[in-house]
Design a protein around this ligand. Sequence first.
Ligand SMILES: [Zn+2]
Length: 227
Amino acid sequence: MEDDSKQALELALQNNGHVKLEASKIWTYGFSPAEQIRLDYALMLMPQKIRRWISDIIKRESTHFEKSHAAHFDPHWQRICFNKIHPIYLSTIWHEAAHAYHSVIETKMDEAWRKLTDPHNVIYGNWAANREDGGCLWIGTDDDGPDNNCLTPYASLNIREDVAVTVEGAYSVLYGEQSLAAINLLKIPQDENSIFWQKLKQLHLNKFLKDKQYKRLLKILRARYKS
Ligand SMILES: [Zn+2]
């Protein structure tokens, strides 16, 4: 276990199931003690710069959500809502926290990100198809691997989802969480000049990842090709 994840887990356990995160003043409602420990643990791995933009986290009935999504972020209240009928995955917490922070820096960061991913306005919103089980595939295929400069078909829906899925992938790879974004991040091309690598660099530049995390992520991605 890496030092930072050990420390985050210790702090989360000390909080004893009552999400404190007092430095960030995040209020939570409706979670079990075990779920609160997960929230604490996941959020404490992220920079304070990200956490401070979340005001509260609430568990709600599934009727509150469009298409029974697992969670969403409401920028009006800076609030993350989790759907009662879904488990609370670490990857979902990272994804929604990314939306929260991105919502305040998007005017500053989106131009460079769009230039990388979709300079001709042909990708976002054009290539993802919903599956009946709620998943998402590339149109006309049964494939959901990294493509069209995006880690997953869902990420290609729009720039906000793209940023959130990329952050989710980065944290999931760093801390060993299974998610499609993580599996696909481990499949990106070896060429470090490729768009996927440049997008990770953008995440670091925009402080979604601490220096240490970014360095470790690059190390993990490079190690894939060493036998
Ligand atoms: Zn999202």
